[in-house]
Design a binder for this molecule. Structure first.
Ligand SMILES: [Zn+2]
Length: 188
């Protein structure tokens, strides 16, 4: 782990504790003495996102986080809310044991959570994710939200949400396939 300040290659751990699904380590650079924090978490391998154009790309938590964060910008949400949504979705995806998941499914998972959380964030996310090209589509979503319509409307090319029961079933089936790989490190 390189020091984020001077790029020196070695540091010592001065504190280490378990957090949620990982380990938080406080480190000190052996060269410049700066302190920084790393998080280690186990990550199952091989979850791929199927894009609209059928291309596959490895699931990227940061990408998911960025999308949610943009939608929630300047909204009155408790700190940590955005990370929590991303964590929940990531955990749900990995627990499902699926190897591939359509991007539309992930988008719907985000929308489902934002809907009950913050309507403006929901609309913002929908406008990017659904690629609204005109005001009519936007109005439809806003109207549906205003009228308290329960479901999110799905264009025919999108898959419905996976039910919790289905996810649990998949998780049981495929648990043995889930392996782990090297930890992911994040500097804060
Ligand atoms: Zn340093």
């Amino acid at each position: 782990m390189e020091c984020p300040y001077c790029s020196y290659h070695d540091s010592k751990v001065i504190d280490s504790r378990d957090v949620n699904d990982g380990i938080r380590r406080r480190r000190q650079c052996l060269n410049c003495g700066s302190r920084f924090t790393t998080y280690e978490r186990l990550q199952p391998v091989g979850l791929f996102v199927i894009k609209k154009d059928e291309r596959r790309e490895e699931f990227n938590r940061n990408k998911l986080l960025t999308g949610i964060r943009k939608a929630c910008e300047k909204r009155p949400l408790a700190s940590g809310t955005v990370d929590k949504i991303a964590d929940d979705i990531e955990a749900e995806l990995y627990q499902s044991g699926r190897i591939e998941v359509p991007s539309a499914v992930i988008g719907d998972m985000v929308m489902e959570r934002l809907k009950s959380l913050d309507q403006i964030a929901y609309i913002r996310f929908a406008s990017v994710y659904r690629e609204f090209t005109d005001i009519t589509t936007l109005k439809e979503v806003v109207d549906a939200l205003a009228s308290g319509e329960a479901g999110v409307s799905h264009p025919s090319n999108q898959l419905p949400l996976i039910s919790v029961e289905k996810l649990e079933e998949l998780a049981k089936m495929d648990r043995h396939k889930v392996r782990t790989k090297a930890v992911k490190l994040e500097v804060k």
